[in-house]
Design a protein around this ligand. Structure first.
Ligand code: HPA
Length: 274
């Protein structure tokens, strides 16, 4: 079965579960589920029930597709994403993005946890992603291209919507959190190990402001399918090669937990304006 047939089966299943055509999709990153506390949940479906959805293996991922509403605006939320480091193929990692597109999503908001490579940024800051560098070893568009999904050679000159970035910064000003909200370049690596000091130094030199293990495959698939993308990194640790503390995953999750309240404000503010 090819990817188009798999998408169609997943979409038919979700339509059978009364999941409607919704224009806005959200992918919530690791430990960033706070937004769910502020929206009205209409329906939730476990990934394990959806045909061809990979099943989320990382324990803190709940693995649900959620149809929700906020101030009259409806959205589809992926609570839990699929990481390449978990062993999924790139095609599996981006499958939910393609299903969302077929369900009508044209605007995709993505969050992730990332390390701050730019030493002007602090842990607990949020970084609106303006551009990326893909250092992952796979590409979701490799292999046969289906023109029904998108072109063989998609443009990447502006993968993150300027318009959505500006709106996020305006909301940050309005909410009084603009001192916490930065802009920068996200570099995606395979993981799952964190970086060595030499790797952080290298990432800084090639132009990274933040580094993480997700998001870029989804952004590539979303651009391929003609979607408008906004993505925000929650910066959970400071990657100073000359002063590198051993990373404590519990600390990363705790920092993410605090900063995600700001993230929820930005995303909910943006959804109101879409
Ligand atoms: N490197 C890669 N991924 C990450 C980091 C990091 O320092 N922090 C959070 N996710």
């Amino acid at each position: 079965m090819n990817v188009l047939e798999k998408i169609n089966e997943a979409v038919s299943f979700l339509e059978g579960k009364q999941v409607p055509k919704v224009g806005v999709g959200i992918i919530l990153g690791t430990g960033l589920g706070n937004l769910l506390e502020h929206v009205e949940i209409i329906n939730e479906i476990s990934y394990s029930d959806i045909p061809h959805f990979p099943v989320s293996t990382v324990e803190f991922h709940k693995g649900k597709l959620i149809h929700a509403k906020h101030n009259g605006k409806e959205m589809l939320i992926m609570n839990g994403r699929f990481h390449y480091y978990e062993g999924y193929s790139m095609e599996e990692v981006v499958f939910p993005v393609r299903v969302m597109r077929k369900l009508g999503v044209t605007k995709l908001l993505i969050s992730n946890a990332a390390g701050a490579v730019n030493l002007d940024f602090s842990k607990g800051n949020l970084m609106v992603i303006d551009d990326h560098i893909n250092l992952q070893s796979g590409n979701p568009l490799r292999g046969e291209n289906f023109e029904e999904i998108g072109p063989r050679f998609p443009d990447m000159s502006q993968p993150y919507s300027r318009n959505l970035q500006e709106k996020i910064h305006q909301i940050a000003v309005r909410e009084g959190v603009s001192d916490l909200v930065k802009t920068g370049v996200y570099v995606a690596v395979d993981g799952p190990n964190l970086e060595t000091r030499a790797e952080y130094r290298y990432l800084g030199r090639i132009g990274a402001d933040a580094v993480g293990m997700s998001t870029v495959p989804e952004v590539i698939a979303a651009n391929h399918a003609g979607m408008e993308v906004a993505a925000v990194s929650v910066l959970t640790d400071e990657c100073d090669p000359d002063n590198l503390a051993a990373v404590d995953i519990a600390d990363i999750i705790a920092v993410a937990g605090k900063a995600e309240k700001v993230l929820s404000k930005l995303f909910l503010g943006l959804i109101e304006e879409l």
